[in-house]
Design a protein around this ligand. Structure first.
Ligand code: ADP
Ligand code: ZN
Length: 362
């Protein structure tokens, strides 16, 4: 039984992403081979533990391990929770050769990844993502992050995992609105770099909605393959990795303006439409493809319009005050066609404003 794999090529920090249903026996073999003898420290959250407690035991069967179940949700992605993980590791006698397994969504991945990056100046971490969003995006690439009261992800470290294990069956229990958040990143990936994935999304929507289907596995693997190649080319976001921010400039502004009441994927979907509309306006992207993007978003119940309570001016000033914009230049990623984007830092804010006005009207 050979699961599908994608390798993230980063020299001596290269690692594999394994995909497939019920891949836990391979996971066990892999752990026994690469981490013989040590205790494995599993970090999860209480929601995941209550649904998948049995699975966690099955994945870790025969391997000495302990489990920490954190309070779930982004509101706990803070330093108090990281402190809890440090205590758990210290009490479990974690040493330089110990392994942290992050078993859960993006919040667990960020927190456990950050703790692993900093405990004893860095110990190994494996990601077992259980939400679609974390399977297609956050579990790959080594970014970890923790929120401060002053802002999101103000603490963080690049710490590549030593492997990522993705079982698409886990998404079966996700509430539809969480599944949708992942689909926004999937659509982003297809638009920015994978024409075949775009066709797959258009032609196989019904199969993709089936957790554990080959169509869903293919979707996730395609996203990871693309992300792996972007990360391999630019691990620390010196340049090329910024293409992954397609849709995120307007998206982040909306999240912040709504005090995070608008969820990340929903905000990104709106932002993808803003970027595409701006590109149409500048004559770089076809109106017909913009319509296909809107259709795809509708298929997945993702918003495309700007909610009426956010004025274009408020969005523009939120964009300008973003810390990523501090060099005075706005790095905006725009689509050129399905599978190709361009980064521009010379865009006229007035053009963006007109696009936002248009996106708000009907
Ligand atoms: P992200 O969307 O970044 O992956 P979280 O880690 O906060 O964010 O996960 C979103 C929510 O879904 C959390 O409440 C988490 O406990 C829950 N969750 C994670 N995995 C699953 C799953 N497979 N089934 C149901 N709920 C899950
Ligand atoms: Zn994102």
């Amino acid at each position: 039984l050979n699961p599908e794999t994608v390798t993230v090529l980063l020299g001596d920090r290269s690692y594999d992403i394994f995909f497939g249903r019920e891949i836990y026996s391979l996971f066990q073999e892999w752990i026994c081979r690469f981490y013989p003898g040590g205790t494995v420290h599993v970090v999860t959250d209480r929601n995941v533990a209550s649904i998948y407690g049995g699975d966690i035991q099955r994945w870790l069967a025969g391997i000495p391990h302990d489990v920490l179940a954190l309070p779930p949700g982004e509101e706990h992605k803070n330093f108090d929770t990281v402190r809890e993980i440090y205590g758990f590791l210290a009490r479990g006698d974690a040493g330089r050769d110990s392994l942290v397994v992050a078993f859960g969504g993006g919040v667990v991945g960020d927190l456990a990844g950050f703790a692993a990056a900093t405990y004893l100046r860095g110990i190994s971490c494996i990601q077992v993502p259980t939400t679609l969003l974390s399977q297609v995006d956050s579990s790959v690439g080594g970014k970890t992050g923790v929120d401060l009261p002053e802002g999101k992800n103000l603490l963080g470290a690049f710490h590549q995992p030593t492997a990522v294990w993705i079982d698409p069956q886990f998404v079966e229990t996700l509430p539809p609105r969480e599944f949708r958040q992942g689909m926004a990143e999937v659509i982003k990936m297809a638009l920015l770099g994978d024409e075949d994935l775009w066709s797959h999304l258009q032609d196989h929507a019904r199969e993709i909605k089936q957790a554990g289907s080959a169509a869903l596995t293919h979707t996730i693997a395609s996203c990871c393959r693309l992300k792996a190649s972007v990360v391999a080319a630019d691990e620390k976001e010196a340049g090329h990795r910024r293409v992954l921010n397609l849709g995120h400039t307007v998206g982040h502004a909306l999240e912040r303006l709504s005090d995070y009441q608008i969820l990340h994927g929903d905000a990104v979907a709106i932002g993808l439409n803003s970027a595409a509309r701006l590109a149409v306006r500048l004559g770089w992207f076809s109106r017909e493809t913009l319509m296909r993007l809107e259709e795809l978003c509708r298929e997945w119940q993702l918003p495309t319009r700007l909610p009426p309570e956010f004025t274009p001016d408020a969005i523009l000033s939120a964009i300008k005050s973003d810390k990523k914009c501090l060099d005075g230049k706005l790095h905006f990623i725009l689509p050129l066609r399905i599978g190709a984007v361009i980064e521009r830092s010379d865009l006229d804010m007035e053009e963006l404003k007109r696009v936002l006005q248009e996106q708000q009207g009907s």
